[in-house]
Structures are given as structure tokens and as C-alpha cells.
Design a protein around this ligand. Sequence first.
Ligand SMILES: Nc1ncnc2c1ncn2[C@@H]1O[C@H](COP(=O)(O)OP(=O)(O)OP(=O)(O)O)[C@@H](O)[C@H]1O
Length: 198
Amino acid sequence: MSESEVSGSDIFLKNSVVFHSGKKYLVKARSGRGKSSLLNFIYGTNSNYNGKIIFENEVIGSTNFHFRKNRISYIFQDLKLFDQLSVFENIELKNRITNEKSAEEIDSLIKAVQLNGKRDQNLGSLSLGQKQRVAIIRALCQPFDFLLLDEPFSHLDPENIRILTEIINLEIKKRNAGLILTSLHDEYFFEYDHTLHL
Ligand SMILES: Nc1ncnc2c1ncn2[C@@H]1O[C@H](COP(=O)(O)OP(=O)(O)OP(=O)(O)O)[C@@H](O)[C@H]1O
């Protein structure tokens, strides 16, 4: 994007922007303003920017895989789930690497988000809102200091959003983690400490 396009941004072109763990941030912008790009920069999967992203004195780059494994968890807008695997298998695939949760805990989360009837069904046959619920549970199956959420509830009804915000709040509190959520709109899913405009 050009400098004029981002001149009013609270993040782009600033000398420094600090995100603290334990705090909740809403990043709000119109479509195409760089919300997904910002999260990809932080996650280390897009390095097409000027400047540095520093996590506790270490520069995040595309090869710092340990950040993605241990420090930052990300719910992608396009979810990045495996259509050929079942709901349980999609979650278990990550959990097998991290050992973050027991099979019973995963089952209880699947039930909490009202997907127990779909547990063994392939992702390919699920609705987008159902897939969003799976992606959110999977993202909670790892250690993290920051949880990145890219328009995570765009296809969910208020009741499911309520359930998921409760689950996410508990998991964040347990880890004293920070949350960075992008949205097109003002929204009140979480009690945000800061709202930043791109
Ligand atoms: N790999 C890329 N190469 C070139 N341009 C890109 C690339 N990825 C994103 N862009 C451009 O950067 C801009 C910001 O894209 P981005 O997906 O970050 O926006 P967004 O705010 O998340 O949009 P939306 O709300 O529609 O998801 C867009 O103009 C997009 O076309």
C-alpha cells in the first residue's frame, strides 16, 4: 500500500507500536487496509514490510518457527483446516505436536461449541461457521503468549460467539496472554483494552 493510503494508521508508519501480553487489542479497518497482512507480519509468514517486529528482544522473521509453536497462535481468516480430515482429527493433528490438551478436553470443547454430532465428520462437509469453531479450538491446543484472530466470528450466530468468547477468555487468562483481533466494524465481543485503526 502507498504511504498516503496508510497515513492515518495507528500502526503502519509509526516509529513503534507495542502490544502487551495480558491485554486485548481490536484492530479495526475497512476491507483491504492490511488487517490480514499485519497479522501475517506478526506471525512471521509474511516478511514483505519495512521495519522490525521484536518479541522480547528477538526479531521475528520467517524462520523463527519456535514463535509459531510456543508463543503465538493464529486463527487465519481462511482457517487453513484439512477438508479430508474429521473435526477431531483436525484438532488432534496439532495437539499431537503440543500435547496441550487431553483427548477428553478436546471432546469437551467440541461439545461446548455444539459440534459433538459432527466430531467424526470430514471438515469438507461442514458449514463455514462450523469450520470457524473447529479452527478456534485447534488454535487453543498450543501454548501461546498472543492469540491472533482474523475476523474469527464472521459466520457465527450470537449464541456461538458468546460460547467462544467465554472459552477464549478462559484460555487467555490461564496463560496471561494477549489477544489481537481484527474486524471490519466496531464490535464488543471482548472487553478491549485498546482499539487501533489501520
Ligand atoms: N502477497 C501480496 N502481494 C501483493 N499485495 C498483497 C499481498 N497480500 C495482500 N496484498 C494487498 O495488500 C492489501 C491489504 O490486504 P489484506 O488482506 O491485508 O487486507 P485486509 O484488511 O485483511 O482485507 P479484508 O478485510 O478484505 O480481509 C490489499 O490491497 C491486498 O491486495
